[in-house]
Design a binder for this molecule. Structure first.
Ligand SMILES: [Zn+2]
Ligand SMILES: [Zn+2]
Length: 124
């Protein structure tokens, strides 16, 4: 996979457009998959979350195929904890497989982004 910075839209917390973003990996759910791009600020934010998970001794990489709701922390915009979350996909960063969990409301929001972006996602 090519990892290079390109100008684009950050799909994580800051939601800025026309910033240098890096492709992190596909998020998968019913209906397809979406490339997750994030800017350097959000990647640092993600890294600090990953470090937190690793420090607590939790397994940051659940078995692939976990497609059910389980109580956890939402890693997306609301960042609430102890609510039903679904594994969206796994992104790779700095040698770690990082699971992205989202709550229902945040998944809806991501899906809206995906739908808006789909005509512009290059087929490669
Ligand atoms: Zn960002
Ligand atoms: Zn959420």
């Amino acid at each position: 996979m090519q990892r290079r910075w390109a100008l684009g839209e950050c799909w994580l917390w800051c939601e800025r457009t026309a910033v240098p973003v890096l492709w992190l990996g596909p998020a998968l759910w019913e209906g397809g998959n979406a490339p997750i791009h994030a800017c350097s600020w959000c990647i640092r934010h993600l890294e600090s979350r990953v470090r937190g998970v690793l420090t607590r001794g939790a397994d940051p990489a659940p078995a692939p195929g976990r497609r059910r709701w389980a109580p956890g922390a939402c890693w997306l915009w609301c960042q609430r904890i102890a609510l039903p979350t679904l594994l969206l996909g796994t992104v790779e960063h700095a040698g770690h497989q990082v699971p992205l969990y989202g709550c229902d409301a945040c998944i809806q929001r991501l899906e809206d982004k995906v739908r808006a972006a789909l005509p512009y996602v290059p087929v490669s």
